[in-house]
Write a protein that binds this ligand. Structure first.
Ligand code: FES
Ligand code: FES
Length: 158
């Protein structure tokens, strides 16, 4: 049996192997922005978008993906074309080893696609499932707030 879904804008078909996790599949597809951290839904380093919402790929069974739209960071930002959010993460030094960063960017992308207004609270809530052992959380929040301010033409006061 096979399942068909959309991965980073392309229609793909995969074997419906019982128990196979989306995280294993994506790593095998060389989508290396999706990181293996804890493996049980605690750290957010494997976050991906499924139908515009953030999910931990280590908790998603492949057989549940039929007809869905899966996106990894590779589909909206990379070496050749950084997103505005990636730019402010760099400018603000919101990255050290970078292991948690793709997951944070995915969580913030989900927030920006949703209906919630971008506020400090909603940014913190969006990042609540993303653990970082290096930079901490202040700079990623500052970066996301700076982007919000720039987008809305506000003056950002740290
Ligand atoms: S590896 Fe998926 S949440 Fe940690
Ligand atoms: S920057 Fe290293 S884990 Fe977050």
């Amino acid at each position: 049996m096979k399942i068909t879904f959309t991965l980073n804008g392309k229609r793909v078909t995969a074997e419906k192997e019982p128990g196979r996790l989306l995280l294993e599949y994506l790593r095998a597809e060389e989508l290396h922005s999706v990181k293996y951290g804890c493996g049980h839904g605690e750290c957010g380093s494997c976050a991906v978008l499924i139908n515009d919402k953030a999910y931990n790929a280590c908790l998603i069974l492949m057989h549940t993906l039929g007809g869905k739209r899966v996106e990894t960071l590779e589909s909206f930002g990379g070496h050749q074309s950084l997103t505005a959010l990636q730019e402010v993460f760099l400018d603000e030094g919101a990255i050290q080893c970078g292991y948690c960063t793709p997951g944070m960017l995915v969580s913030l992308e989900a927030l920006s696609r949703g209906s919630k207004p971008l506020t400090e609270d909603s940014i913190r809530e969006a990042l609540a499932g993303n653990l970082c052992r290096c930079t901490g959380y202040v700079k990623p929040v500052v970066a996301a707030r700076k982007l919000k301010s720039a987008n809305q033409g506000e003056h950002y006061i740290p």
